[in-house]
Design a protein around this ligand. Sequence first.
Ligand code: 3PG
Length: 212
Amino acid sequence: MQLDDMLSAAPVVPVIVIEDLSNAVPLAQALVAGGLPMLEITLRTAVALDAVRAIAAEVPDAIVGVGTVTRAEHFAEAERAGAQFAFSPGLTRTVIDASRDSPLPFLPGVFTPSEALTARDEGFDRLKLFPAQQAGGIGMLKAFLSPIPELKFCPTGGVSPENFRDFLALPNVICVGGSWVAPADAVKAEDWSRITSLATEAAAARSGGQKA
Ligand code: 3PG
């Protein structure tokens, strides 16, 4: 699957931190059931790659990938685990070079206009704005539109149930990333129905200039 097809699969990409491996599959099932198939498993815990492996094997409708890619070896590790994409919070030489050796569709992170232009020079026109709210949020993305309209973003970090529709209404936003659809307390309580209803609400918003 191409990166654009993945980014267009749903308006919201859940940003997931798996602490307990046994939660990975039911959490993924709950999010997919709510209409959010694209799942970013952050490489921040010891079980993250095992979580990717379990979801890839047991939740066929999920499009599971990794986030928090900060080292070259993450690409091969993610591919071996069955990840379908890789997201990074940044855009280092090391990560760019490793991404070229990997078949995984890759979304690098940027925070400034210069980083966005550097990404474009490197051949990336789909970018994560991270951390989006701290980078200037909606105002920053609006300011990018006129000088660099060819770049499209998945803003992540500080995107919330209150503001995500406003992000999605921007023409240079394909989707948003956020952790609010998989809150730690709901995961800990194994409250999968709450997660499905959060996902359903998020999935009802569509990008493309329309407010939900
Ligand atoms: C993260 O790095 O954890 C993501 O950007 C999610 O941020 P959020 O918790 O503000 O959605």
